[in-house]
Design a protein around this ligand. Structure first.
Ligand code: NAP
Ligand code: ZN
Ligand code: ZN
Length: 353
């Protein structure tokens, strides 16, 4: 395959694990026959962006461009593109390609592709052979099968984080059938956690939010939690013992997971979506004593991501965001590390000159 021609676009990139993000020019492929080119209007800031920019998972190649909650306007389409036309609003999440032929891809679970999914950043671009570069950028080119339709009734900036924070919390709750009559815990009121609260409530469960930040209690209730537990308060935790059907843990740092296993009923399930760079210690006894499960979940496939977006359109669900300028990104990372986000930063990409 001959290499496609490239064009330059502006981006914010990190040159090393310890350097701040700063403006740069990057190369993208010009759209091939199946590609959609998107002028990015907004990009959400996921804690994964921070883990990745600082090489906390150990596989970052530099310079890197984070960002996988991308929304914007279609500016060009390849000759074979049928689902999008110039002027459409479009979204791109954490995936930009996969093998499309393995059993997982055929089941619409591209995030578990046996032959290596292509992530929006940190994978290898199939066409260029170079690392994929994310959405802290003015434009992106993505094959049409990995481009999502955004519901027209939702505010675009507030809908951007649905593309990661939304699907990552929606998917496990659908998979494990969260619904009425169940007691559901959400751990951590950050970008993922606040969407977990909204979805669990929308699915009809009784929702309890666990937080290390007592100051977030009123917001948690406004977002849909029936109850708020301050997880550093031993007595409050004890009072919840053995009572949960399902707990979604969206914490970005190492923490005591056993404290939450203990809160599950018999056969209850604790699903980890948080991805700290260091292992969590899981004790045997809390698990084996009530046949409890400890599991994990990774974003969601393309069909389910579209289903989630459509669900949000229908039920008017968006993220609570703080819109920032591109040059505020390094401060935003520092605030994210202090759990000081309400509840997702979104970059206004018009501020990237
Ligand atoms: P975030 O906005 O920074 O939220 C994380 C929240 O966790 C914080 O707001 C805080 O909530 C709580 N927290 C932070 N440090 C803590 C600590 N030391 N002990 C206990 N609680 C703590 O992050 P995010 O963007 O939601 O992402 C959360 C994690 O999910 C990250 O590790 C990210 O990489 C991962 N992730 C995974 C997937 C997936 O597919 N599985 C997808 C996206 C992101 P309180 O103030 O309420 O305690
Ligand atoms: Zn993410
Ligand atoms: Zn595959």
């Amino acid at each position: 395959m001959s290499k496609p021609v490239c064009y330059s676009t502006r981006a914010f990139s990190a040159a090393s694990a310890s350097s701040p993000l700063s403006a740069a020019s990057i190369e993208r492929r010009t759209p091939t026959a199946s590609d959609v080119q998107i002028q990015i209007r907004y990009c959400g800031v996921c804690h994964s962006d921070l883990h990745f920019a600082r090489n906390e998972w150990g596989f970052t190649q530099y310079p890197c461009v984070p960002g996988h909650e991308i929304v914007g306007r279609v500016t060009a389409v390849g000759a074979g593109v049928t689902k999008f036309k110039v002027g459409d609003t479009a979204g791109v999440g954490c995936l930009v390609d996969s093998c499309r032929t393995c059993p997982n891809c055929r089941a619409g679970l591209e995030q578990f592709c046996d032959n290596g999914m292509v992530m929006t950043y940190g994978s290898t671009d199939k066409h260029l052979g170079t690392p994929t570069l994310g959405g802290y950028s003015q434009s992106i080119v993505v094959t049409e099968d990995f481009v999502l339709r955004m519901p027209a009734n939702l505010d675009l900036a507030s809908a951007a984080p649905l593309l990661c924070a939304g699907i990552t919390t929606y998917s496990p709750m659908r998979h494990w059938k969260v619904g009425p009559g169940q007691k559901v815990g959400i751990v951590g009121l950050g970008g993922l956690g606040h969407m977990g609260v909204k979805f669990a409530r929308a699915f009809g469960a009784r929702v309890v939010l666990f937080t290390t930040s007592p100051g977030k209690a009123a917001d948690a209730k406004r977002l849909g939690a029936h109850e708020v537990v301050v997880s550093t308060d031993e007595a409050q935790m004890q009072a919840q013992s053995g009572s949960f059907d399902f707990i979604l843990d969206a914490v970005a740092a190492v923490h005591d997971i056993n404290a939450y296993v203990n809160l599950l009923k018999r056969d209850g399930n604790l699903v980890l979506v948080g991805a700290p760079g260091k292992p969590l210690a899981v004790a045997a006894f809390p698990l084996i004593f009530r046949r409890r499960s400890f599991s994990g979940s990774l974003i969601g496939g393309l069909p389910e991501t579209q289903e989630m977006l459509d669900f949000c359109g229908k039920h008017n669900i968006t993220c609570d965001i703080e819109l920032i300028r591109m040059d505020q990104i390094n401060d935003a990372y520092e605030r994210m590390l202090k759990s000081d986000v309400k509840y997702r930063f979104v970059i206004d990409m018009a501020t990237l000159a």
